[in-house]
Design a protein around this ligand. Structure first.
Ligand code: 1CP
Length: 345
């Protein structure tokens, strides 16, 4: 099906666009009062994720409300760890919690590589529903966590500023770490391919905790697995968002992916100078900037757009929306991107 508003797909693949597309990481759930009401009724976050019709509803909520150029399927990166046999819980106001964690070779042997729909079927069903509802309006983004970020949660057992336990394991038992990373990678490739079969038009992989690794660890324990995923996913464009690794842009540029996501600490011009024009770039306004007044948001958004240039750019934030972001700030950002006229340089 030809998508009417395919700006995102064209920007991702380097086809000329008349306007830069815009969507936001974490646009579904979190920010909208409609989501919070729906979650309260459903009883928990997981109940929403596991019910395809509710997940479909939440996916579509920001589409009309905010006017974004793409939808992202409502799910979580952690569904893969659960499908591998490691259950997670979301504890209100506290975050992620795993009752059991992975520490030894024996623990790794208790896990399975995901190769059937049994444990992930709910998200695949939700994708099919969203595609039916969206029709040919805008593209649907599928996603997964990168192996290192999933590894970090599965070994640490919760969110953490340092993921010291996870990092320690990389030094103490690197072969066990590689075994687990390889299993996550295989599961993720299966999962993304099922998402694509169900209809997603593009996928993003999130390495949210890449930035806590030393460059040497990133090179050994994160990048090779990202590469394996990129090599396996040839059906649709792929966006790699590795947060906090501005130093690794050249290595990331060598991946067989179409788009690199930049976090808000990275300079679009410096990155372009460094890696050239081959890849499209996504990002990178500081999500906290959306709490500023409208004039400030407009100015900062304009300067970001100019810094990227008007081709091969997907406007986004430098990381996910904060849960309490004012809707006015969000709408101001989106409207500014859509109305922007580039200054000739
Ligand atoms: O109901 C709730 O408010 C629970 C909060 C919540 C939500 C809305 C969680 C738990 N996950 C989600 C949905 C989610 N997660 C989406 C759906 C689409 C969207 O929000 O637009 C996506 C893309 C994610 C991805 C995700 N989950 C990432 C990668 C992106 C990022 O922000 O870095 C990560 C790291 C997670 C883990 C996770 N899931 C939930 C929480 C609270 C966390 C963070 C835990 C922590 O580190 O403390």
């Amino acid at each position: 099906m030809k998508i009417k508003n395919d700006l995102l797909l064209r920007a991702a693949t380097g086809v000329v666009i008349e306007r830069v597309p815009v969507w936001m990481m974490r646009q579904a759930g979190r920010i909208l009062p409609q989501y919070r009401a729906l979650r309260a009724k459903a009883g928990s976050f997981k109940n929403v994720v596991k019910d395809p019709s509710l997940a479909c509803e939440v996916t579509l909520q920001p589409v009309d409300e905010l006017g974004v150029d793409a939808a992202i399927i409502f799910s979580d990166i952690l569904v893969i760890s659960e499908a591998m046999n490691l259950n997670y819980e979301i504890i209100e106001k506290k975050g992620v919690f795993f009752e059991e964690t992975v520490a030894t070779k024996k623990d790794v042997e208790q896990l399975k590589v995901v190769n059937d729909l049994e444990e992930i079927g709910y998200t695949i069903e939700a994708i099919k529903l969203v595609k039916q509802e969206l029709g040919d309006k805008i593209p649907l983004i599928g996603f997964a966590g990168c192996p290192w970020t999933l590894f970090a949660y599965m070994t640490e057992g919760k969110g953490s500023k340092t993921f010291a336990k996870a990092r320690t394991m990389l030094y103490q038992t690197p072969e066990v770490a590689h075994e687990l990373l390889a299993m996550i990678t295989q599961s993720t490739i299966f999962y993304l391919k099922e998402q694509i079969k169900a209809g997603v038009d593009i996928v993003q992989i999130f390495d949210s905790h890449a930035g806590i690794l030393s460059p040497a660890l990133f090179h050994t324990f994160a990048l090779p697995y990202i590469r394996e995923i990129c090599e396996a996913i040839t059906e649709v464009p792929i966006i790699v968002f590795a947060k906090g690794v501005g130093y690794a842009m050249e290595e990331l540029n060598s991946l067989p992916c179409q788009v690199l996501g930049l976090d808000w600490t990275m300079s679009p011009q410096l990155v372009r100078n460094q890696i050239g024009m081959e890849k499209s770039l996504q990002g990178n306004l500081d999500p906290c900037l959306l709490y500023a007044n409208p004039a400030y948001i407009q100015k900062a958004t304009a300067s970001m757009l100019n810094a990227f240039g008007h081709q091969k750019h997907i406007a986004n934030l430098g990381h996910g929306l904060e849960p309490t972001t004012p809707l006015d700030g969000i709408k101001c950002f989106i409207d500014t991107v859509k109305a922007y006229e580039y200054v000739a340089s």
